[in-house]
Design a protein around this ligand. Structure first.
Ligand SMILES: [Zn+2]
Length: 114
């Protein structure tokens, strides 16, 4: 139930923003989901549909998920590579002096409300 926790967290944030900005309802939520964020998009969407029924502003809110590529950077080669293809090991030198640049987060990119 990892996804549900994140869904609840995101919805709380959006509801709070809606409250503070005095909107009547939120129509669309653009959510960036990193492909190495451990979230299963289909399951996330199911949790979302269930969770918005309990909200004040998001009853009809459409969820638009934008999948963000996982990109890692090798400090030795000073190059980036696709995390999903190679994991933690750099494909150029085979070393582990790497870190994830993007693709591990869930971020609210935009909210459309009336
Ligand atoms: Zn390298």
């Amino acid at each position: 139930m990892h996804e549900l926790g994140i869904v609840v967290h995101v919805i709380d944030m959006v509801e709070k923003a809606a409250e503070e900005n005095g909107v009547s309802k939120v129509l669309r939520l653009d959510l960036e989901v990193g492909e190495v964020s451990t979230i299963v998009p289909d399951y996330f969407r199911d949790c979302y549909k269930w969770a918005i029924k309990r909200t004040k502003y998001m009853q009809e809110c459409e969820l638009n998920m934008i999948i963000v590529q996982g990109i890692s950077y090798c400090r030795d080669c000073k190059k980036t590579y696709r995390t999903t293809e190679y994991g933690r090991a750099c494909p150029l030198c085979g070393g582990y002096n790497t870190y994830l640049v993007t693709g591990s987060d869930v971020i609210v990119r935009d909210i459309q409300a009336v």
